[in-house]
Write a new protein. Structure first.
Length: 106
């Protein structure tokens, strides 16, 4: 089965497939991506890389955060509460994403 085939399977079917390999434990707690990587490792294959470019993406997010903070400061000066709240939520979302990428990288 190729990587494309594994990607198309549901998490339930991947769990059933992973149970057939001796080296894989804790199948029910794994997410789909983790199952695919575990199956590849159990087969002795190289784990697939998504090529998401975590470092580049994290840098891009940090630039976006800076821009949004500047816009938020301007909205505060104009006393636009609606825009300030919206920008605050977006900033918070991006900060969480950068932290998530940092944890995944470690």
């Amino acid at each position: 089965m190729e990587e494309k085939d594994l990607e198309q399977l549901t998490a339930t079917k991947l769990r059933e497939l992973a149970k057939g390999y001796e080296g894989i434990t804790g199948v029910h707690a794994m997410k789909k991506e983790d199952l695919i990587v575990a199956i590849h490792k159990a087969r002795g294959e190289e784990a697939p890389s998504k090529g998401r470019g975590g470092i580049r993406k994290q840098g891009h997010l940090k630039k976006q955060i800076k821009l949004l903070r500047e816009k938020k400061r301007e909205a505060r000066e104009k006393k636009d509460r609606k825009a300030t709240t919206l920008l605050r939520k977006r900033i918070r979302k991006y900060v969480r994403l950068t932290r998530k990428l940092a944890r995944a990288k470690a």
